[in-house]
Write a protein that binds this ligand. Structure first.
Ligand SMILES: [Zn+2]
Ligand SMILES: [Zn+2]
Length: 170
């Protein structure tokens, strides 16, 4: 899949409307980057430290104002149609149902940031090739559902018919 900052459409007008919580934000509103990786930007880390490591843009996210903001996908479900990931624990070679899609790329000086969301393969193709939008009210593609059900059946055989929802790793 070809991705360039000025190339194929990313399917959204303003990446920051879709963008999630900063990867560096801790549950208690502090900056993990400053806490654990101060060497990345010592000036930035010193400023956070002086404020008890509080995130200076806050959980409500004036994200674009922070040069270290980054929001990458958790790979759980498709941002567009909601299709859930089904991992093939016994088959590492199976192509994942979900792919990371870049809404924005870091430019190195903090005016743009790395923002990715998960899209299923089918939505990903629609976004890049046929003007699908991330915020479309989309249902999963019939092919995507078929592929998911095939995987779930394989997964149930693997785990002896124990429903996925009752397993402790979910
Ligand atoms: Zn999808
Ligand atoms: Zn993409």
């Amino acid at each position: 899949m070809e991705h360039t900052p000025e190339g194929t459409p990313v399917g959204v007008d303003d990446p920051y409307e879709i963008a999630g919580v900063c990867d560096h934000l801790t549950d208690d509103g502090r900056c993990r980057l400053a806490l654990a990786h101060a060497g990345v930007d010592s000036e930035f880390a010193a400023a956070r430290r002086a404020d008890d490591y509080a995130c200076h843009v806050g959980a409500e996210g004036a994200w674009a104002d922070c040069r270290h903001y980054r929001s990458t996908t958790s790979d759980r479900d498709c941002e567009r149609c909601g299709l859930e990931a089904v991992r093939m624990a016994h088959d590492e070679t199976a192509r994942p149902l979900l792919e990371a899609h870049h809404l924005s790329y870091p430019d190195g000086d903090g005016t743009t940031h790395e923002i990715t969301v998960s899209l299923c393969r089918w939505c990903h193709a629609k976004v890049h090739n046929s003007f699908g939008r991330i915020d479309d009210d989309a249902e999963p593609d019939p092919e995507a559902i078929a592929e998911r059900e095939t995987r779930r059946a394989a997964e149930q055989r693997e785990f002896g018919f124990q429903p996925a929802s009752e397993r402790s790793d979910r």
